[in-house]
Design a protein around this ligand. Structure first.
Ligand code: BGC
Length: 275
C-alpha cells in the first residue's frame, strides 16, 4: 500500500509517496523551500504544491515541528507563533481538498514521525525496552518508545541545562550559529544526552536529524553508558514516519522481556511443609 508522507520543516517542505510495507519511497522526494513567513496559509499552500507534483490522490500524513494534540499544534518553538492552537490537520485538509480522496491529513510531531520510521525500518528495528530518538536540527526533537510503542510529544529538547533551554546550545543550528568545532559541539551533545540518560536510563539512543549524516565527525566524542547509534533513514525518516502514522501505524510492539526471577534458597517453615 502507498501513502503520501510530507515533512514540514523550518527550511524545506518535502514529500513523496511511501511504500508502507517496506518503508521505502515509491518515487524520489520533492522539496520546496518553506515560505517566509511560514504562516498556516502559506505553508498549507506549499504542502498542496508538493502533493500535486505527484498528482496524488489518497491518504496523506504530515509531520509538524511542534506538540500535536488531536491534529492541533500546541507549541511553536521554531515555527511562526500563529500556529499555536491552529488545527494543522484541518488547515492542510482544506488546502489539499479532493487530493485526499475523502480522508483527513493526519499530523504528527516531526521527531515522533522520524522515530516511528526508525523503529519500524531503521536503527531501532529490533529493539525492545526504552528507546530515545533524538533529532538534531533547527531544534532538538525527541521521541520515546517503550517496547516499540510511541509515547507521543515528549519535548526533551527543551530540558533546562545550566540555565539554558538545551536546544539553544546543542542543536545543529547552534553549532552552525556559533561556528563550533565538532569537538566542542560533541561535548554539548554529550552533556545533553547524559542528562537524558540520567533521567530515563534508556536501552538505546538514536541520533537523527541533519547531524546523523555526519556521525563520523562526532560519535567518537560521545561517552555515555547507553548504546548510541546514528539514524539510518536520515532525510527520509520524517516522510516515511508521517505515512506510517497516517494509516494508524505508530507502534511496532516488541516482545516485553520477562523479568528474570532470582531464586533464593528454598525456605521451609521449621519442621513443616511449604505453605
Ligand atoms: C519543538 C519540537 C520539535 C523539535 C524538532 C522543538 O523546538 O519544540 O516539537 O520536535 O523542535 O523540530
Amino acid at each position: 500500500m502507498r501513502v503520501f508522507g510530507v515533512d514540514i520543516g523550518g527550511t524545506g517542505i518535502k514529500g513523496a509517496p511511501v511504500d508502507i510495507e517496506d518503508g521505502t519511497l515509491a518515487a524520489p522526494r520533492f522539496r520546496i523551500p518553506t515560505p517566509r513567513p511560514a504562516d498556516p496559509e502559506s505553508v498549507a499552500r506549499t504542502v498542496a504544491q508538493v502533493v500535486e507534483h505527484f498528482d496524488w490522490s489518497g491518504p496523506v500524513g504530515a509531520t509538524f515541528p511542534a506538540v500535536i494534540k488531536s491534529g492541533v499544534a500546541r507549541t511553536a518553538a521554531n515555527v511562526d507563533p500563529s500556529w499555536v492552537d491552529t488545527d494543522v490537520s484541518a488547515t492542510l485538509s482544506t488546502a489539499l481538498g479532493s487530493a485526499l480522496g475523502g480522508t483527513e491529513v493526519s499530523v504528527v510531531n516531526d521527531a515522533d514521525a522520524a522515530g516511528v520510521a526508525e523503529m519500524a525500518f531503521g536503527a531501532g528495528r529490533d529493539t525492545s525496552g526504552l528507546v530515545v530518538m533524538t533529532t538534531f536540527g533547527t531544534g532538538i526533537g525527541t521521541a520515546l518508545f517503550l517496547h516499540g510503542q510511541l509515547v507521543p510529544n515528549t519535548e526533551l529538547g527543551h530540558l533546562e541545562i545550566h540555565g539554558h533551554d538545551a536546544e539553544t546550545k546543542a542543536s545543529e543550528a547552534a553549532r552552525e550559529r556559533e561556528d563550533l568545532s565538532w569537538d566542542k559541539w560533541a561535548k554539548r551533545v554529550n552533556r545533553y544526552l547524559a542528562t537524558v540518560e540520567a533521567l530515563l536510563w534508556p536501552d538505546l539512543i538514536i541520533i537523527g536529524g541533519g547531524a546523523s549524516k555526519k556521525a563520523d565527525k562526532f560519535f567518537d566524542h560521545l561517552q555515555l553508558r547507553t548504546k548510541v547509534v546514528p539514524a539510518q533513514l536520515q532525510n527520509d525518516a520524517g516522510i516515511i514516519g508521517a505515512a506510517l502514522v497516517a494509516v494508524g501505524d505508530q507502534t511496532r510492539p516488541r516482545p516485553v522481556p520477562r523479568p528474570t526471577r532470582r531464586r533464593g534458597p528454598a525456605t521451609r517453615p521449621p519442621g513443616g511443609r511449604r505453605p
